[in-house]
Design a protein around this ligand. Structure first.
Ligand SMILES: [Fe+2]
Length: 113
């Protein structure tokens, strides 16, 4: 597996050679660079983990939505305190995931397919 990265938009292509044209931004073949072995391994290794992060992010989004409904429902102060706390933690963890994924992208630790 050889990975080629578009230097214009960072799209990663898998194949024996770079595509004639970037499917995402339309940049020509010359704009693609082959990732070295180390970066290729990082991409492959992190694919599963990044998927888990995205799954977790979606689950936390659900926690946030449920919490907001609970806050709005406003049955009593005990309930609202729990929903507020759940929302706060979900928002915090979502931000941490975004920050972590950003470092993955910068270090070429991003899945391809
Ligand atoms: Fe591109």
């Amino acid at each position: 597996m050889i990975l080629f990265k578009c230097q214009v938009c960072n799209y990663i292509h898998t194949g024996d050679e770079a595509p004639d044209k970037c499917p995402k931004c339309g940049a020509p073949k010359e704009k693609f660079v082959e990732l070295n072995e180390e970066d290729t391994n990082k991409v492959a290794r992190s694919e599963f983990t990044n998927g888990l992060h995205m799954e977790l992010y979606n689950a936390l989004q659900e926690v946030e939505d449920i919490s907001e409904a609970g806050i709005e429902d406003d049955l009593d102060p005990g309930c609202v305190a729990i929903f507020n706390k759940a929302k706060e933690q979900a928002v915090l963890l979502k931000k941490m995931i975004v920050a972590e994924l950003e470092t993955h992208v910068k270090r070429n630790k991003w899945g391809v397919e």
